[in-house]
Design a protein around this ligand. Structure first.
Ligand SMILES: C[S@@+](CC[C@H](N)C(=O)[O-])C[C@H]1O[C@@H](n2cnc3c(N)ncnc32)[C@H](O)[C@@H]1O
Length: 203
């Protein structure tokens, strides 16, 4: 696929991001038939940009971070550049291999793994003080597995940062989080005017 390389500045962090030129060209009919898989990973969504800025402002030096549904993984790249110990996860092997290339291109180290957050395998055996996810609430089927996973992987005293542009299933996700004892706090961001970066701390 044809790609472009974009210069991106997130707070004080300057990065180069290689991304597919035309994400729609990646639609694979057989993968869609199997698991309604669409190549959403190939775009840089405003939520990912908002989350990257939020993470940069948190200065995550030395913090263990995991990003779920990372796609192009801008928040992961920014966190890694600032010295965090980052694991990024996506179920798309293409997303994971492009993120590896982008990490190399920017001289940062991170771990990127192909995993489904419904059955995340080894990624669910560890707890993290900082769990990131951007624009993952666009389908009802995502909400419940994400809430279950957050319970398992957010360290006591830690937080999940879920950036959402105002997707239809965000309210039920947040209601489910509150029912499970999380205390969601919405931090507005002009890049996602109908949404927010939702900070979820264990109650
Ligand atoms: C709308 S995109 C957002 C990508 C990126 N976080 C951003 O904001 O630019 C949703 C991402 O979630 C990933 N995803 C969807 N369902 C998943 C699952 N069950 N397990 C892991 N990743 C998943 C997709 O491959 C895609 O990269």
């Amino acid at each position: 696929v044809d790609t472009v390389v974009e210069q991106i500045t997130v707070e004080a962090v300057a990065l180069e991001l290689e991304r597919p030129l035309d994400p729609d060209a990646l639609v694979d009919e057989s993968a869609f038939a199997r698991d309604e898989f669409l190549p959403y990973w190939a775009s840089l969504w405003p939520s990912g940009v908002a989350l990257a800025h939020h993470v940069a402002r948190l200065r995550p030096t030395g913090v263990r971070v995991v990003e779920l549904g990372c796609g192009l993984g801008l928040p992961s790249l920014v966190a890694a550049r600032l010295g965090a110990d980052v694991t990024a996860l996506d179920w798309s092997p293409d997303a994971v291999s492009l993120l590896r290339r982008n990490a190399e291109r920017n001289g940062v180290r991170l771990e990127s793994v192909v995993a489904d957050w419904r059955t995340p395998g080894p990624a669910a055996d560890r707890r993290f003080p900082m769990v990131l996810a951007a624009d993952v609430l666009y389908e009802q089927r995502n909400a419940e597995p994400l809430l279950e996973l957050l319970e398992r992987i957010v360290e006591p005293g830690g937080a999940a940062y879920v950036a959402d542009p105002g997707r239809r299933h965000a309210p039920s996700f947040l209601a489910g989080a509150a029912e499970r004892g999380w205390q969601p706090e919405a931090v507005p961001d002009t890049r996602i005017p109908n949404g927010a970066v939702h900070v979820l701390r264990p109650g």
